[in-house]
Write a protein that binds this ligand. Structure first.
Ligand code: CUA
Length: 177
């Protein structure tokens, strides 16, 4: 406690005790290990995505998603269009309070440019059960080149608290043959 002044006037120039010095070195070295692991694990872990981000606006992004949905909607589920865009195309996923829109239906072993952006707030894209996670910000177009490797129904869960409806912000994605 530093209520009274230190007894030594030059208090900051004391020798560092040996154990404290050892801990400082250990913590520093561990910090370096963790830092280089981030870079190493991006390649070796095959978990972190090589995503790109570009500036956009909610209006521009919503319009692109709308155009894609108008062109390629194949059915509806609970008022949300299920969109089956052609392989090698740009596909759009909107995050907004409190919904993922639309439901994308992609083909297995085909490539897509997946764009995700928010129209209002910060949301978290979490694809389950594969556990892919991305921060989704308004004004930024998050782009991923994706190639689905297994068929099935996947859940898109919002994992960034975004208000009263956050826990209901669950979307879907299909991968078909
Ligand atoms: Cu969107 Cu939580």
């Amino acid at each position: 406690m530093a209520i009274s002044p230190p007894s030594e006037r030059i208090w900051w120039n004391q020798p560092v005790p040996r154990t404290e010095l050892v801990w400082i070195i250990v913590a520093f070295l561990w910090g370096l290990v963790m830092f280089f692991m981030m870079i190493y694990w991006h390649a070796a872990g095959e978990q972190n995505l090589s995503n790109e981000a570009y500036r956009t606006t909610p209006q521009a992004f919503a319009q692109k998603a709308q155009e894609m949905a108008e062109a390629y909607t194949v059915r509806e589920e609970a008022d949300i269009p299920v969109v089956h865009p052609p392989p090698d195309s740009d596909v759009y996923l909107i995050a907004r309070l409190w919904q993922w829109w639309p439901i994308l239906e992609l083909e297995k072993d085909k490539n897509y440019r997946l764009h995700i952006s928010s129209l209002d707030w910060q949301h978290g894209f979490s694809l389950q059960p594969v556990n892919i996670n991305l921060q989704i910000h308004p004004g930024y177009d998050m782009v991923l080149t994706v190639r689905p490797t297994e068929t099935g129904e996947f859940s898109v869960v919002c994992n960034e608290f975004c208000g009263i409806g956050h826990h209901n912000m669950i979307g879907k994605m299909y991968v078909v043959e």
